[in-house]
Design a protein around this ligand. Structure first.
Ligand code: GTP
Ligand code: MG
Length: 333
């Protein structure tokens, strides 16, 4: 199997810079006997930062990076000269990246906006030079501070896709097809289960130059919470989406029941997923006639429902309106 370009989990060993040592130095000039202490401070060690970059969608560019080291601070010198600061490192990451300490699993930082810069590891402080230690009783301190060490450890970088709406359905429900007709994304589409193996994202243009982000994730089957099919590990990509679009094909034996199975798999994985706004799209409705639509309508779940067809472009504008209104209702609350 070819390696996917969708990299959403990596581990990197990171180390911030050591602080430079403070200098223990005395002024030495002709005609100035016994010049006082003039050792400057060491420079601070380099920091490691993360910066949000809206043009990146995966962590692929970091896949082969095993180590990231910031520069060490330089020692201070005579004549009160300060040591240079260690070189900082800025790691560009997609929006929605979180970083955890691998050992403790503690959340260290997360990036949620374009150009936002957050500190992952601070460099060590530089040591103070001996000028700081001069007192009335000690005019010639033979003492300066060493620099503080940097911080280091293994860190896990994880991408939590920040889509607005996630598509939830059995394999073959037509999720990728919908994404391909409402956005510029070109996911693989085929008439068999598990065509989609990694999430696809698309930006859906809406009226008046507005847009929202749709996430197409691999299909879910009964028993997915116990690991059947591709399991539910992809659900973490929709954990922070405000709304979910359930998709059940028109030719399903029992649309209501298929919806309930999807719901119960989500609940087993993470009950909080049920707190999200839900919409149901009955896909491939080009296969239905009026009579069948009426028949199906008699037993549907109590959430907003639309009969759609990506192929026949049926009700797609209504679907976008419904999604938009659902998302904005959320924001107002
Ligand atoms: N008649 C009809 N067929 C459709 C429609 N949308 C999708 N299909 C067909 O349904 C099949 C599955 O479509 P996909 O979009 O790959 O389904 P998926 O939900 O992404 O499937 P997985 O990636 O396997 O989970 C393809 O053969 C599509 O051509 C539709 O609106 N009408
Ligand atoms: Mg698909």
């Amino acid at each position: 199997m070819g390696q996917s370009n969708f990299v959403d989990y990596i581990r990197i060993f990171c180390r911030s810079g050591k602080g430079g040592a403070g200098s223990e130095h005395f002024r030495r000039e002709k005609f100035v006997p016994k010049g006082g202490p003039d050792g400057g401070d060491g420079g601070r060690g380099g920091n490691i930062y993360l910066r949000g970059n809206q043009n990146q969608w995966t962590l692929l560019h970091l896949r082969y990076k095993k180590h990231i080291f910031a520069g060490d601070g330089q020692p201070g010198g005579g004549q009160r000269s300060f040591g240079a600061q260690g070189e900082d490192v800025v790691i560009d990451v997609p929006i929605g990246t979180i970083v955890r300490d691998e050992e403790t699993n503690e959340l260290i930082c997360e990036v949620t906006k374009h150009d936002e810069t957050v500190v992952l590891l601070e460099g060590g402080q530089g040591g103070l030079g001996n000028t700081h230690f001069k007192t009335s009783t000690n005019q010639a301190p033979h003492h300066a501070q060493p620099g503080k060490p940097g911080m280091e450890g293994w860190f896990v970088f994880e991408l939590k896709v920040l889509a607005d709406i996630g598509l939830v359905g059995f394999p073959n429900a037509g999720k990728s097809t919908l994404l391909s007709v409402v956005s510029a994304a070109k996911p693989k589409i085929a008439d068999y289960a598990f065509t989609t193996l990694t999430p696809n994202l698309g930006i859906v243009p809406y009226r008046d130059n507005r847009s929202f982000v749709m996430a197409d994730i691999p299909g879910i089957i009964e028993g997915a919470a116990e690991g059947k099919g591709l399991g539910l590990r992809f659900l973490r990509h929709i954990e922070r989406n405000p709304a979910l679009l359930f998709m059940v094909p028109a030719d399903s034996d029992d649309i209501h029941n298929e919806y309930k199975i999807l719901l119960s798999e989500l609940e087993k994985h993470n009950p909080q997923l049920l707190d999200k706004s839900r919409i149901l799209a009955i896909t491939k409705s080009d296969m239905l006639d009026e009579e069948l639509i009426e028949e199906i309508s008699e037993d549907l779940p109590d959430i907003p429902v639309l009969f759609i067809s990506s192929v026949a472009q049926m009700n797609l504008d209504k679907l976008k309106d419904l999604i938009w209104n659902t998302l904005n209702f959320e924001e107002d609350v």
